[in-house]
Ligand binder design. Structure first.
Ligand code: GDP
Ligand code: CA
Length: 329
């Protein structure tokens, strides 16, 4: 059995993991319609928050809904066939954030999670219970059970929760820095370090390098575990031809002084051979010219199609990821 551990944010990571599952089901099927390989996703929890007394975990839910086939593909997030009656009521009461709509079906997930947390379960235990409902074929682990939430400091010096910066302000306020509250005293959730140490391959998903992957790596112990892992570490660029595919990674990268390019993000993660994290880095075909420079950093690289347009293109990307990871350097 090949053990694949993926560090992941929400939407970009979810698409990649769904493609990976599809690829494994085709090439390594088991008798039950699953796969003989095991995939563990270590998921960013920096976007999580309490809202209207409910614990919201956007990245865990994006992956869960996507793998369950229950996500709204057109809108790109949330549940398929969603309604917003409860949110309208909450707005009338002035409860929650008027600009942050929680769908009715989605609220069911948040109520279930909050129920488990209030019953004394950890976020990983709550996640295990919630994901058990669906046939995901992938184990989802929150990166940490501690409440480590990303806050953004903007130009005028004020600070707000990442969700407010992104959803209310659409990342239009220039970000100066991203700070994860309480990160220094947080611990990786049970199973996270083990999934990294026991992996046969570790993938940094095409997720936001700052507020998704960066947040996971900032939890004490995780970066060191990836750097010390025996498995090859391969990353997939979330940047294609100098642009983000969707989202606000460009604004996040600017705040940490990293250019929005496949090369710059590879250099930011760094080569494992020189104290960084990567053995290999996949870039899009349109960034093929960057491959020699990335290899000069000590990172094996290849250019393949990185657009995850549908299940097939995502599965092909997963296949390319595994083959570059296991290629002899
Ligand atoms: P979020 O938590 O929902 O923001 O999602 P992630 O952090 O997992 O992923 C966001 C990143 O995914 C963005 O920087 C996008 O550029 C990247 N992304 C989204 N779709 C694609 C795609 O089809 N291909 C690649 N290579 N990157 C993508
Ligand atoms: Ca996210």
């Amino acid at each position: 059995m090949v053990k694949i551990t993926v560090l992941s944010g929400g939407v970009g990571g979810a698409r990649f993991i769904r493609g990976l599952r599809h690829e494994l089901r085709q090439t390594r099927p088991d008798r039950a319609g699953g796969t003989t390989e095991s995939v563990t996703a270590v998921v960013n929890t920096g976007d999580d928050m309490w809202l209207a007394s409910l614990r919201i975990a956007p990245d865990l839910d994006s992956i869960m809904y996507t793998l369950a086939g229950a996500n709204d593909e057109e809108r790109g997030w949330g549940r398929l066939g969603e309604t917003e009656r409860v949110s309208a009521e909450l707005r009338s009461y002035g409860v929650g954030w008027p600009w942050f709509t929680l769908g009715d079906l989605d609220l069911g997930t948040h109520i279930a999670r909050s129920h488990y947390l209030r019953s004394g379960l950890s976020l990983s235990e709550a996640t295990a219970r919630i994901t058990a409902r669906w046939d995901l074929g992938v184990r989802l682990l929150p990166a940490t059970n501690d409440e480590v939430e990303t806050h953004v400091t903007v130009d005028d010096g004020s600070s707000m929760h990442f969700q407010e910066w992104w959803t209310k302000h659409r990342a239009a306020l220039r970000a100066r820095s991203f700070v994860q509250s309480n990160v220094s005293v947080s611990r990786p959730a049970p199973g996270v370090l083990e999934a990294i140490a026991a992996a046969d391959v570790i993938v940094l998903a095409p997720s936001n390098p700052v507020v998704s992957i960066g947040t996971i790596l900032g939890i004490p112990g995780i970066r060191a575990a990836v750097a010390a892992a025996s498995a090859p570490v391969i990353g997939v660029s979330p940047i294609i031809a100098g642009s983000v595919v969707r989202g606000m990674a460009d604004a996040c990268l600017e705040a940490i002084g990293v250019a929005t390019s496949a090369y710059a993000v590879a250099a930011h993660y760094g080569a494992r051979s020189s104290g960084g994290l990567l053995d290999a880095w996949l870039v899009d075909e349109s960034d093929a010219a960057a491959v020699p420079a990335i290899e000069l950093l000590g990172i094996r690289s290849a250019a393949v199609p990185l657009w995850m347009r549908d299940l097939e293109t995502s599965a092909t990307l997963a296949r390319d990821t595994l083959s570059l990871a296991f290629a002899r350097g």
